[in-house]
Each structure stands twice: as C-alpha cells, then as structure tokens.
Design a protein around this ligand. Structure first.
Ligand code: FAD
Ligand code: SIN
Length: 529
C-alpha cells in the first residue's frame, strides 16, 4: 500500500495546480492515466477569461456568466471565482507563462485580449491559439522540479475506497483509491485522507467531440459508484465549430476566430446567424450550436462554413498559427477559403457536486476542474470560464485540503483481488459497446432532445450497463474495460438528468417542453442508492 498526504488524480490545469499548491505541506501522489501532458487542458485554444483591462470590471464578467447560465448559476460561487481570477493569473505569470501582448497607441504594451461568444467585453487572455499547451508546459515544468510530488504516469484510478464501503460505522469519508498500473497490469492501493478528482470531462461519450481520448468521465463515474452527489449532467455543451474533415477527428476551430470577425455561412455561402440572435456569430454557444444544427437540417447539409478569409493573411498566421498550419496540412488555406465546421460535444457543465472549496458530499473527496459541478456554469458555460474555474478551484480546494490532513486517521485498506477473472478474449465486445454508446448518445441525446428518444437511450443503456458489468467482473481489467464501464455510467447519468428536466433551459433543449419552466429553476442531482 502506498501512503500519501494528498492523492491527485489527473494532470490537467486543475490537478497540476492543486499539486503545486499543496506540495509545500506534504507528500503528493500525482496519478495520471496516460502521459503527464495528455489532457483537455493541453488542447485549449481560446484562452482564460479574466478581468484585466480598464474597460472591463468584475460586475460585467459576473453578469455575462449569470446570463449565460440561464438562472442556474450559484451567484456566490460566480462572484468568488471571477474575483479571484487575477491572483491565479498572476501566479501563472510568475511561473513564467507569457500571455500575448499588444502595442497601445501610446507606445506602451498591454494584454492582447480576445473576444468570445456571450462576453460583453474583450477579456480572454491567450497565448496565440495554443493557450492550453502553454499552461500545461508551465505547470509541468514546476511539478517535475518539486521534490514532494511523485508522478505516476500510465496509472489509471479504478475505484474509490470509502469508510462506508469498508464497513466503518462513521461519517462516510474517502480514504483511498485503487489504481491500475497499465504498464504492469497490477492494481495498487493508494491511501490518503485527501483524494482529489481532477479527471476532466466526458466528451468521448459522444460520437463527435472536440475532446482528446482521455475524456471518458472517469471521475464522475467513480464518485457516483462511491455514493457522492452528482449534479446537472444534462447540460452538455456542444461547441459550434469543430472542423468537418474525414481524416482529422476532434479538431476545434476556436471561437476566437468569430471574436476576430469570422462569419458563419450556409452551404450556399449565405450568412444566417442574424436570424437567431442579435449578437449574431457572438451569441452564447448553445444558440449558435442550435442555429447551425437547424441550418444543416434545413438544407440537408453535413456542415456549414466559418469564414475569416477577409482578415489580412499576416494577422491570421500570427494570431491563429496552430489552426492555420493544421488546416493547411489538410489542404485548406484559411486565409483564402472558408472552413467546413460542425457542432461537436465539448464540455460537461455538470459533474461531482462540491462546496465552495471543492469538497464533495464525501468527506476527504475533492473534485476540481471540469469533473466538478461548483455552480459557476449553471445551465451553460460562458466561453473560457473553465480554465479560470480549474485554476481558482485548485487553489481554494488546496486550502481546505491542507487543513484536512492535520486530522489524519489510520485505516487499513484491503488489497485488490483479481478473483477468478481471466484475460479478456473477446475485445470486439468492448469496441462494439463503445461505438454503440457514442452513436446512441449522438443520435438520441444530442443538441435537440425529445422524451421518446431519451427513453429509448435509457433502455438501451441499461442493457449495455448489464453487459459491461458482466465483462468487468469476468475478465482481468484493462484501461479499455475501465473506460467503457465509466462511459456507460456517465451516459446514463446524462440521460437520467435530461429525463428529469421537463423544460428547455440553457444547453438542455427538448422539443417536448420548448420553454423554461420556473418549477425547474434548480439543479438536477443524482446519487446512487
Ligand atoms: P483535463 O485537462 O481534461 O485533465 C484531466 C486529467 O485527468 C488528464 O490528465 C487525464 O488523463 C486524467 N484522468 C482522467 N481519468 C483518469 C483516471 N481514471 N485515472 C488517472 N487519470 C485520469 N476552456 C477554456 O476555459 N478556454 C479555452 O480556450 C478552452 N478551449 C478548449 C479547447 C478544446 C479543444 C477542449 C477540448 C476544451 C477546451 N476548453 C477550454 C475546456 C478546458 O480545456 C477544460 O475544461 C479544462 O482544461 C479541464 O481541465 P481539467 O484539469 O479539469 O481536466
Ligand atoms: C474555443 O477556443 O473556442 C474554446 C473556448 C472554450 O471552450 O472555452
């Protein structure tokens, strides 16, 4: 058994920065299922929303966030995360991160602030169109040089150990976690009074997604199995502009392109966003994604176009080098051609419910970043608020976690038993079930929903769940089996939450109840009984 003061699961912005905050106070295990740099964070393009100019202020950022959240944000949480933004940005800069600057008319330099949908001001700090990579490189550099952080790459958390499960008659606390070493195939036990889920989102539950392969909702599934409260899983954000290309899956075309004047065109090269919202292309994301979906259905097209070719070529190459180069390699020159795009699953607004310090309903179990539901996003996330939330909540959670370890308790934890499990012999079952879940979620639980489709999805997922459980118990576990087992749980939570919300609000739009209903002005919560 390995024993640490803090166990952190996940190496995105949330996990890495939490590890750095607590490192001076005790030993830290940083567990991550692939390499340290595999995360959604590493793929982030647009940037971090944070008030940083004289033309902006906290109240405006708060107002934009609340408006986008469609009545379901927790205002106290919104205020605290937004007002703490500048301090976490300062920490990143002190670690060496250089956000893009621009020249002012008076010859001074200032932050070059981007604009995205739903924001009333320019407030997105960025590093060209690869902000996530710059953040990850900066944090990894620090983590690698910290003597108290032990890094476990290719280690996948399997299940949480709680006092309830172990039969202790006291408040249910999280005291450890089983972890699969995917290189050796052995399951190791990690013990700690502070276990932090920083496992990111669940984009891979959908057939089309902007997310990398790690995004399989593991943290939410583990927390649910352990009995923690899960909230608002119906609110899945679809990004309006994912590249439509047969060879390149999951490549985002940043909203910042629309912020710099990019326009959406149907396949007959006509603009259409003015029909849907006064802010046109810069309307909140749910509106843009639904508008594109409606236009594609209307014309029977497989994509729409995003066109920024009217801006100078030198500007585009300098501001969006990653998007420019990637498209060019695929034979598309964004400086002279429109880009074919489609909406794709992008962000999970719900997650493991936490308090203002990131602690879940299980004592000692924290959830930060995309896997958590703090109350910041409500029914729809404002663009570029998630990196801000991940960084601020990592800091806040570390403060409570440091207090927690002073009350250290000793429990002996059972070793993992493989039992009668044998090597899996029918791996086709895994890939088949995986494809089926992702397709049915896309077809039945997408941008526009109906009761009938949701019920169909629920029934099919129940059968798949039973099949996958059988597979899990009979065969030696692999990362593929574990991800599939998590995926089916997260899919079911999304469907169950969507069924429970008999109204349309924010990202949840159902044709059976097309209007918001004040009766549902509350979070949808789920807990395993
Ligand atoms: P992640 O960065 O996803 O990290 C999760 C980590 O957990 C990974 O290291 C993963 O391997 C690990 N993990 C998962 N399960 C397990 C397990 N069982 N065991 C061990 N390790 C595990 N947001 C913005 O604010 N601004 C943007 O510009 C922006 N652009 C985006 C662009 C793209 C293409 C995408 C996909 C997202 C974007 N987002 C953006 C959203 C934002 O990137 C994420 O919400 C944020 O990075 C999440 O950070 P995180 O630390 O919570 O999770
Ligand atoms: C983007 O660059 O469009 C992504 C921003 C975000 O998801 O917040």
């Amino acid at each position: 058994m390995r024993d640490f003061d803090f166990v952190v699961i996940g190496s995105g912005a949330a996990g890495l920065s939490f590890a750095l905050h607590v490192a001076p106070h005790g030993s830290v295990a940083l567990i991550t299922k692939r390499s340290l740099s595999d995360s959604n964070t590493a793929w982030a393009q647009g940037g971090i929303a944070c008030v940083s100019s004289d033309e902006d202020n906290f109240d405006l950022h708060i107002r934009d966030t609340l408006e986008c959240g469609a009545g379901l944000c927790n205002e106290e949480v919104v205020r605290s995360i937004i007002t703490e933004g500048p301090s976490v940005i300062r920490q990143l800069i002190d670690m060496g991160l250089q956000f893009d600057l621009r020249w002012r008319d008076d010859g001074e330099r200032e932050m070059d602030l981007g604009k995205e949908g739903g924001h009333s001001k320019r407030r997105i700090l960025h590093v060209r169109d690869e902000t996530g990579k710059a953040i990850i490189d900066t944090l990894i550099n620090k983590v690698r040089s910290s003597p108290s952080i032990q890094i476990f790459e290719h280690h996948m958390a399997v299940d949480l150990l709680t006092t309830g499960k172990l039969g202790y008659a006291m408040q249910d606390s999280c005291v450890g976690v089983y972890v699969l070493n995917s290189l050796s195939g052995e399951v190791e036990v990690f013990r700690s009074d502070v276990i932090v889920l920083a496992t990111g989102g669940c984009g891979k539950v959908y057939l089309y997604s902007t997310n990398p392969d790690i995004a399989t909702g593991d943290g939410v599934a583990m927390a649910w199995r352990a009995g923690a409260t899960i909230a608002n899983m119906e609110f899945i954000q679809f990004h309006p502009t994912c590249l439509y290309h047969t060879e390149k899956k999951s490549f985002l075309i940043s909203e910042a392109i629309r912020g710099e004047g990019g326009v959406l065109l149907d396949t007959k090269f006509r603009r259409f966003m003015h029909k849907y919202h006064p802010r046109g292309e810069l309307a909140p994301r749910d509106i843009v994604a639904r508008a594109i979906d409606a236009e594609m259905k209307r014309l029977g097209s497989k994509f729409v176009y995003l066109d920024i070719s009217h801006r100078p070529s030198s500007f585009l190459k300098d501001r969006f080098p990653h998007i420019y180069e990637t498209c060019l390699k695929l034979g598309m020159d964004i400086t002279s051609q429109p880009i074919p795009v489609v909406p794709a699953a992008h962000y999970q607004c719900g997650g493991v419910k936490t308090d203002l310090h990131g602690e879940t309903s299980l004592r000692g179990l924290f959830a930060i970043g995309e896997c958590a539901c703090t109350g910041l996003h409500g029914a729809n996330r404002l663009a570029s608020n998630s990196l801000l939330e991940a960084l601020v909540m990592a800091k806040r959670a570390s403060q409570k976690a440091i207090r927690r370890i002073r009350l250290r308790q000793n429990y002996s934890l059972p070793e993992w038993r493989h039992g009668q499990a044998v090597e899996p012999d029918e791996l086709v079952v895994i890939s088949h079930n995986w494809d089926e879940i992702r397709r049915l979620m896309w077809d039945y639980v997408g941008i526009v929903r109906t009761d009938k489709r949701l019920q169909r999805a629920a029934t099919r997922l129940r059968n798949l769940h039973a099949e996958i459980q059988e597979f899990y118990w009979n065969f030696r576990i692999t990362t593929d089996i574990l991800e599939l087992r998590n995926l089916v749980i997260v899919a079911s939570l999304i469907v169950d939450c969507a069924i429970a919300r008999k109204e349309s609000r924010g990202l949840h739009f159902t044709m059976d109840y097309p209007e918001p209903n004040p009766k549902f002005l509350r979070e949808t919560t789920m807990r395993r009984t």
